[in-house]
Design a binder for this molecule. Structure first.
Ligand code: ZN
Ligand code: ZN
Length: 650
């Protein structure tokens, strides 16, 4: 009898009968694993337990704890959803149902007159649970194309028929597609590549979450389908935790808080472009001040460049060829012009303005660069995805020998900033892609320079092999916020292409011409998105230095209002953002409202304070701190502002 050998992750070799499956391998290792096994991974691909193993390849048994395990049961759950919906809504047509980040969906065309909303979720979930409890196996069969077409045509499942016809067309006549795979769980059969778990019972917790419209194949000219989103987990506890996190995120939603705290607004008159209200502008200006101070301290020189350019500039920069779809165009006196989508070509003009020598390098330009990028209206999302973007941009022109030092400088700058806000950073190095410009030697040097910079600072990082830009490798800076969500904020990219396109040069110590390297660097990403993230990170409870109103002065009675006005003015003169609440309301109510607005400090002023020239100080979320002379209050607040503490808590 022939045997098949596979290598386990710990390096041991497992020898099995020819034709042995993943389930056989798990059983051979131990009965516990046989029960826990969900699927296997071979050659980087997740496969069903029931499929024969490929000899000679490493084998990993996937259990609930493995990477990719949730995708498997979420895909299972999508099929169970389709099974339930087909039973509950006869005549429904099914299209596709993949796992996605955090869950799954399935797209349906319901019969005319039938609409489904979240009010129906209870009933659908109930039916799904019946299928899950019935422990229905996922059975794969490979059938001929004709057989599959015959079955789905007979069932009137037009979308499946179209999918199969497209698979046939894609394969082409040279190497015709002969069979497709079907998966059956209980009464339901789907055209599907898999993989799936062994049975429905592995889904321990499932929840439907929302309904949305979705066009068949994402094409607005085609049938509008109903997409049902859901999620699934290996335990009820994990599902509950996930829903709790979602609830937290919802409460922190920057669009909601932005409205409540009057930070910014949006209007259909300028979609995707925030209107900043005074309170939001206070945050913007504080960030701007920080940005300006730190750039200056780190040897950047601030510049400002136009937003509207002759399209010739973008033809030379390459944006015309690769980025035109995302750009906005207009004609100015019959001249085709465009809004810049990036600041780089503008900074190149500044560099070119004078003859440069090696003694001038590195040249570091920083700009709060206003760029416009077209994002489809369906993808706009508050401040997180906008069309009007103010980047905290910088471009460094340097010699190749200076790259490492400059990149270290960028990373240090990034860590300094993220630390101020209490973000946990995570770094990714993206290396040469298949499609690229430049020689292998150039890429060797560029990647080594970035790696060298990361290693020099002893920073852990992940490598995304092949994920670099075509013009150079890059380091992306991801941050984890206070509720554990990850955001990409910054990027440090090496660029050999743009200096060549614009024929940039400097005179070296050898008196010969050399081409500088360009480093594109953004750390906050954009002011818009960064403030959106900050609102959610802090849940609107900004640390004192960022708080739109830092102190609210609350007179106890009308007769203390005049003194209150003097207190607010004195704090304002000291450089603090103070506001007087002179309404004829009880002081208790004024305090409650200031707390709701998350104002960090409240100064309650009454009879005694008018006489003593002081105020009773309260801290948001903490309560009464006692009475202090006014200059002491101002000093205390100014010291806290200067510290730029990352948290609103002390
Ligand atoms: Zn499927
Ligand atoms: Zn750039």
């Amino acid at each position: 009898m022939r045997r098949v050998n596979v290598t386990l992750p710990d390096g041991t070799e497992l020898e099995l009968d020819d034709g042995a499956t993943g389930a056989d391998a798990a059983a051979a290792i131990g009965p516990g694993l046989a029960r826990a096994a969900l699927a296997v991974r071979q050659n980087g691909e997740v496969r069903d337990l029931a499929r024969p193993l490929v000899g000679g390849e490493p084998l990993e048994i996937i259990t609930a704890k493995s990477d990719g395990a949730l995708d498997v049961i979420r895909h299972d759950a999508a099929h169970v959803l389709a099974a339930a919906v087909m039973e509950l809504y006869p005549g429904v047509k099914i299209s596709i149902g993949p796992p996605i980040e955090n869950g799954f969906y399935y797209d349906f065309e319901f019969p005319a007159g039938v609409t489904v909303s979240d009010a129906d979720f209870g009933r659908i979930e109930e039916r799904m649970r019946q299928h899950i409890n019935a422990d229905e196996q996922f059975a794969r069969e490979d059938v001929t194309v004709d057989e599959a077409l015959r079955r789905f045509r007979a069932e009137g499942q037009d979308y499946k028929v179209e999918l199969i016809e497209d698979l046939v067309a894609d394969a082409g006549p040279a190497d015709p597609l002969e069979s497709v795979s079907l998966y059956t769980n209980g009464p339901f059969t789907d055209l599907c590549r898999g993989p799936h778990g062994p049975s429905t019972k592995r889904i321990k917790a499932v929840k439907l979450q929302s309904v949305a419209g979705a066009y068949w194949r994402g094409d607005a000219a085609r049938q509008q389908l109903t997409r049902i989103y859901g999620t699934a987990f290996f335990s009820k506890e994990e599902l509950a935790q996930y829903l709790e996190r979602l609830e937290q995120a919802r409460a922190r939603d920057h669009r909601k808080l932005g409205r409540e705290l009057e930070l910014f607004m949006f209007s259909e008159l300028s979609p995707g472009s925030p209107f900043w209200q005074p309170a939001g502008m206070a945050i913007w200006n504080e960030l701007s001040k920080l940005w300006r101070e730190e750039n200056r301290r780190r040897g950047y020189r601030e510049v400002k460049t136009p937003i509207l350019y002759d399209v010739e500039l973008f033809k030379q920069s390459g944006h015309w060829d690769t980025y035109r779809e995302n750009m906005y165009f207009t004609d100015v006196e019959d001249r085709p012009m465009a809004l810049k989508p990036m600041n780089c070509p503008a900074h190149v003009q500044l560099f070119k303005e004078a003859r440069r020598s090696y003694r001038d390098l590195p040249i570091r330009y920083s700009e709060q660069g206003l760029v416009h990028r077209h994002e489809p209206s369906g993808t706009l999302h508050g401040l997180l995805r906008v069309r009007h973007i103010t980047q905290d941009d910088a471009h460094i022109f340097c010699s190749e020998e200076q790259i490492r030092q400059e990149v270290i400088g960028c990373l240090d700058f990034g860590f300094f900033l993220y630390d101020l806000f209490g973000f946990e950073p995570k770094l990714e190095l993206s290396t040469r892609p298949a499609k690229r410009i430049g020689t292998d030697e150039m890429w060797d040097r560029a990647e080594a320079a970035l790696q060298g910079a990361l290693d020099a600072r002893g920073l852990p990082y992940e490598v995304n092999a092949g994920d670099g830009a075509f013009y150079g490798p890059k380091i992306d800076l991801h941050m984890t916020d206070s509720i554990g969500r990850s955001w990409q904020l910054g990027t440090v990219q090496l660029d050999y292409s743009m200096p060549a396109r614009f024929d940039l040069s400097f005179t070296g110590a050898d008196d010969a011409d050399h081409q500088p390297v360009m480093i594109h660097r953004a750390l906050l990403g954009s002011f818009e998105r960064f403030i959106g993230i900050l609102v959610e990170h802090y849940a609107g409870e900004f640390p004192l230095w960022l708080a739109p109103v830092q102190a609210a002065v609350l007179p106890v009675a009308d007769r203390h209002a005049e003194y209150g006005a003097r207190v607010a003015a004195a704090l304002g003169d000291a450089g603090l953002r103070a506001e007087l609440d002179s309404r004829t309301e009880s002081v208790g109510r004024k305090i409650r409202e200031a707390e709701l607005r998350k104002v960090p400090y409240m100064l309650v002023v009454g009879e005694r304070d008018v006489e003593s020239g002081g105020a009773a100080l309260r801290r948001h979320g903490e309560g009464d701190l006692g009475s202090f002379p006014l200059d002491e209050v101002a000093e205390r607040l100014l010291a806290e502002v200067a510290e730029r503490r990352y948290s609103s808590q002390r």
